[in-house]
Write a protein that binds this ligand. Structure first.
Ligand code: ADP
Ligand code: MG
Length: 628
């Protein structure tokens, strides 16, 4: 156990000053980080009354010697750094030596500690900054810190505390991150005596399971990036996309932080798998050489500064691209094996056993290694070529083809060598016998919802609605991004009749509607005539679309600019996509086929549901015992 030094003020002043204790969660963070710094392998966290009444953090770490106990409460007392040089390479979580002093100033605190070399445990108590002499106590090796009645002597601060439930929530999400950030420590976290999280300390997959359960194990891709900056962890498949950023965990050199830059790098790499206002699920462990990162920015240490932000951005971006490229965008069907993967065998109660199991994670060994982190313009190129492969529809919009759903598109020209009849006629047995690779044949439709397609080795089922959503979304997005809305005249003008409440709504939106491609004008009493529409909406149920637009305008009259309108329209386009039973036109079907020909297509609807399910011929042969 190292001695505790009182830092020289010249050193202390180099440390970003600030208040450490803001709410119960900040106390828990400091206490748990102290336990981790003390090399604990088991940490227990108990809270009562959202932590305001009582918080107990116990560990099996190195402990504090009797003679050091009092010093631990002194401001700027730390055993972790001694000189300013130490600030350049901080390996511990704490280093300011101010946490225990600050907590002691605003609560009743007690520490019971027993280093293994000491025969007895000693207990020291402090109240509102007053510290008593240590007394003999009985305890196992390690340290137990109890904090009660936080802010009892600072009513002004107590006022800013939220309801107990909210404070509990803050602690719970904090503990989740602490567990993820310290996968080799076994944690138990209880509130009001009720077990909330329990991790085994057997690694990252176990930690992920402890916090997010089985789904996260099944629905994440492995991230594995090994350059100067090393990144590994878990990236959620599109089905795990969330409406906010709280499902993002960034751990840099063992310390979890918030970083808008890193969150954006992930989101930008996943553009196309994310809808507006959707955020990816991820847990990234990032190892950056300590000289490239400065943790000494904010006292709560939730922010770090990078000396080369672009490099970090690039690494995260590339790591995410690599991971998403391992995603088989076509769901495969293996019905007879479904419920026997090890992950499915795990019950929540059996969490303690999970360390001995291997989970059904994909192998990432084959991820291509590159020598240097990509430069930003290289990244841009990778990104462009990636986007190109994902969003083939950009090609159409750039060429300004007003084709509704892809007739005459560039891509279809590329497919021209594929005989049209082959794609539209039910295939004969000789044709299947012939090797006709990359030829996809339309077999039919079931339940008026799923299209059936086949190529020489696979049968594909396509959810028409999900596919149509994706098509509409991509197309409209591309148009909106390129400021290139293709306008399509209507053969017969569409007449909208509105009531007296709707009239002011539509009047208020006329300019915006015109600016995004609707040619709409008053036609008579409460009647409007639409002569032209953006091509994107020409193919959908216009009646429904327009009704929804009015409805949205009524609910949310604060459309500020045409961008917002485009945004809304994009979403509306999704909502207005054909329902299962609708018959797709030939052009639409052709477009869907062409999606299958692509290698990496975001074959998920914008909400993350799969568009295509594949059943291999091999699999089917097994069902019928043609092969074993
Ligand atoms: P810091 O963590 O920045 O050093 P703290 O005020 O949090 O400052 O803690 C002061 C000192 O008390 C630490 O440097 C450490 O030596 C000791 N300490 C605190 N908690 C523990 C613990 N759980 N186990 C062992 N030592 C501890
Ligand atoms: Mg500390």
């Amino acid at each position: 156990m190292s001695k505790i030094n009182v830092l020289d003020s010249s050193v202390y002043n180099l440390i970003a000053a600030g208040e450490v204790v803001e709410r119960p969660a900040s106390v828990i963070k400091e206490l748990v980080e102290n336990s981790i710094d003390a090399k604990s392998t088991i940490i227990s966290i108990e809270i009562y009354g959202g932590g305001i009444k009582k918080m107990v953090v116990s560990d099996n770490g190195t402990g504090i010697e009797k003679g050091e106990l009092k010093k631990a409460f002194l401001p700027h007392a730390t055993s972790k750094i001694a000189s300013k040089e130490d600030l350049n390479s901080i390996f511990t979580l704490g280093f300011r030596g101010e946490a225990l002093a600050s907590v002691c100033a605003v609560s009743h605190i007690s520490i019971v500690s027993k280093p293994s070399e000491q025969n007895e445990a000693y207990k020291i108590t402090g109240t509102a900054g007053q510290i008593c002499e240590p007394e003999v106590a009985s305890a196992n090796n390690g340290t137990i810190v109890t904090v009660e009645d936080l802010f009892y002597n600072v009513p002004a601060r107590a006022k800013f505390l939220k309801k107990e439930k909210s404070e509990e929530g803050e602690i719970t999400s904090l503990v989740a991150k602490l567990i993820l950030a310290n996968p080799n420590v076994a944690f138990r976290y209880l509130s009001e005596g009720k077990l909330i999280y329990e991790s085994s300390g057997h690694g990252e997959k176990d930690a992920l399971f402890a916090i997010y359960g089985k789904t996260a194990l099944n629905e994440t891709l492995n991230v594995n990036y090994d350059k100067l900056i090393k990144i590994h962890g878990f990236l959620g498949k599109p089905s795990l996309n969330k409406p906010n950023r709280t499902y993002q965990t960034i751990i840099i050199n063992g310390r979890f932080i918030n970083s808008f830059q890193i969150s954006s790098a992930v989101a930008n790499a996943l553009d196309g798998f994310l809808m507006k206002r959707q955020y990816p699920f991820f847990v990234y462990y990032i190892d950056i050489p300590t000289d490239l990162v400065d943790v000494n920015v904010h006292p709560n240490k939730l922010e770090v500064r990078f000396s080369n932000g672009e490099m970090v951005y690039g690494a995260v971006y590339n790591a995410t691209l690599d991971a998403i490229n391992t995603l088989d965008s076509i769901a495969s069907v293996t019905p007879f094996k479904e419920n026997v993967t090890p992950a499915n065998l795990i019950t929540e109660e059996k969490a303690s056993e999970i360390s001995t199991m291997s989970f059904g994670f994909g192998n990432t060994d084959d991820i291509v290694e590159e020598e240097q982190p990509k430069k930003v313009d290289e990244i841009q190129k990778t990104r462009e070529s990636y986007l190109e492969s994902v969003f083939y529809m950009n090609e159409n919009s750039q060429r300004g083809v007003a084709d509704g759903f892809g007739l005459g598109s560039n891509l279809l020209e590329k497919l021209a060598n594929v005989e049209k009849e082959e794609r539209f006629n039910k295939v004969s047995s000789e044709q299947t016998a012939l090797e006709v690779p990359k030829t996809i044949v339309n077999v039919g439709k079931v339940f008026n919802t799923y299209l059936i397609l086949e190529d020489d080795k696979n049968m594909f089922l396509i959810d028409q609605h999900a596919a149509h959503e994706r098509l509409l979304y991509e197309k409209f997005k591309a148009q909106a991004e390129n400021d290139e809305l293709v306008i399509q005249p209507l053969l017969a003008p569409y007449i909208v009749t509105v009531n007296s409440q709707e009239k002011p709504l539509i009047e208020s939106q006329l300019d915006k509607l015109n600016s995004i491609g609707f040619n709409i004008s008053e036609f008579g009493d409460n009647t409007y005539k639409i002569d032209e529409v953006p091509a994107i909406v020409s193919g959908i149920d216009f009646n429904e679309f327009f009704g929804k637009f009015l409805e949205e305008t009524r609910i949310n009259p604060s459309f500020k600019n045409s961008d917002l309108v485009k945004d809304e329209l994009m979403q509306l386009a999704c909502k207005s996509a054909i329902k299962g039973g609708y018959d797709l036109s030939e052009g639409e079907i052709e477009k869907l086929y062409s999606m299958l020909g692509k290698e990496k297509v975001a074959l998920f609807c914008p909400h993350g549901r799969p568009i295509v399910v594949r059943i291999t011929k091999n699999e089917m042969d097994k069902w019928f015992k043609r092969i074993v």
